[in-house]
Design a protein around this ligand. Structure first.
Ligand code: NDP
Length: 336
């Protein structure tokens, strides 16, 4: 099998807001970056509908359209974007080596990528229940009444009843946020106690708009493409009874998982898998490797903050290359 070898000063892994912003900055600094698309090119925004909280779009913009703009802007300055599945990496020395396959399931390495600097922007994925009706449109109602982000989609449920699933701090925070819009918020949890912090629980217990249903497992999301969500099929694991509960929106808040499996054993991460960076920089524990966006940030997790850290990672990478002699400072007033 023939192998393609690619050598770059800046290789960016992941093409969400963080990765494409890093690419925009790196390409404008004439570093000719290459972006490697992940399994979900464009990242989590491509599975949402209207994005109303990204600054600069007063009328809002569709998630996929916003990401097309990010992509086109990075490409305009010379960013190359390729689609390969990175199977393994070697960060033991520079240049770092990435071994790519055609897809996750294919056999054999087809692309070897050598990187003087590596920017990791592989994002995070919301955890889902894996139940019928939950998949993104068109297969299911995801993005059409089912969401994993109250900050992004809460506004669309003004005056409507919603259900939220989970028992951690994310579920508490999202439930509180949803009370601003929804007529009623029903929090469904599979046990009879929350794992969330006491203070967050107390706020939820005290809120008049929030009702809690314990021992409740959501087993199916009901609705149609035309009507959106109409209800959920629930199972009470104490009484062993199944029933239909009407609602117009379902928020899944059972946690996020950073997409950082590939870096285990190389990069420092917290117990959940978020990559650790040094102080106010995007530097990881390996010199020349930077991390940004949701793979690195478990706290804010917004498109605009991901874009911000992508910019920071590109600036860190450019400075690293200057300090290590690979990149002549072409222009002292770099055209960021
Ligand atoms: P957690 O892992 O803390 O909680 C996940 C919740 O979802 C648990 O209650 C769990 O139930 C439930 N759950 C998981 N899988 C399923 C499933 N398949 N079906 C039904 N329920 C399920 O995740 P969070 O995202 O809430 O929090 C992650 C971290 O981020 C925590 O450390 C948290 O403190 C922090 N955080 C802090 C915030 C703040 O301080 N403002 C805000 C948001 C998050 P069970 O309890 O039964 O396991």
């Amino acid at each position: 099998m023939s192998q393609t070898e690619i050598n770059r000063q800046v290789v960016i892994l992941g093409s969400g807001p963080a990765g494409l912003t890093a690419a925009l900055y790196a390409s404008r600094a004439q570093l000719e970056p290459i972006v490697i698309d992940g399994p979900q090119p464009g990242g989590q925004l491509t599975i949402t509908t209207d994005v109303e909280n990204y600054p600069g779009f007063s009328a809002g913009i569709m998630g996929p359209e916003l990401m097309n703009e990010f992509r086109a802007q990075a490409e305009r300055f010379g960013t190359e974007i390729i689609n390969v599945w990175i199977d393994k990496i070697d960060l033991s020395k520079r240049p770092f080596t990435l071994f790519g396959k055609e897809s996750e399931d294919s056999e054999g390495i087809t692309t070897i990528i050598k990187a003087e600097t590596l920017i990791i922007s592989t994002g995070a994925s919301a955890k889902w229940l894996g139940i019928p009706g939950e998949a993104p449109v068109p297969e299911g109602l995801g993005g059409n009444g089912v969401s994993a982000c109250a900050t992004c989609d809460g506004f669309f449920f003004r005056g409507k009843p919603v259900v939220i699933v989970g028992g951690g701090d994310t579920a508490m925070e999202e439930a509180m946020f949803l009370t601003r819009f929804a007529s009623k918020v029903v929090l469904m949890h599979r046990r009879d106690e929350f794992r969330a912090s006491k203070i967050m629980q107390e706020r939820v217990f005290a809120h008049e708009k929030i009702e809690i249903m314990w021992h409740t497992e959501v087993r199916e999301i009901l609705g149609t493409k035309e009507e959106g969500v109409t209800g959920v099929r629930i199972y009470n694991n104490q009484t062993k009874e199944e029933s239909i509960f009407p609602t117009e929106g379902v928020f899944i808040a059972i946690g996020h998982k950073p997409n950082t499996e590939l870096f285990k054993g190389w990069l420092e991460m917290d117990e959940v898998g978020y990559l650790k960076t040094e102080g106010r920089t995007m530097k990881t524990n390996i010199a020349g490797v930077f991390a940004c966006g949701d793979a690195q940030d478990s706290y804010y997790r917004q498109a605009v903050t991901a874009a911000g850290t992508g910019c920071m990672a590109a600036i860190d990478a450019e400075r690293f290359l200057v300090e290590h002699g690979e990149q002549e400072q072409k222009n002292t007033a770099t055209n960021w």
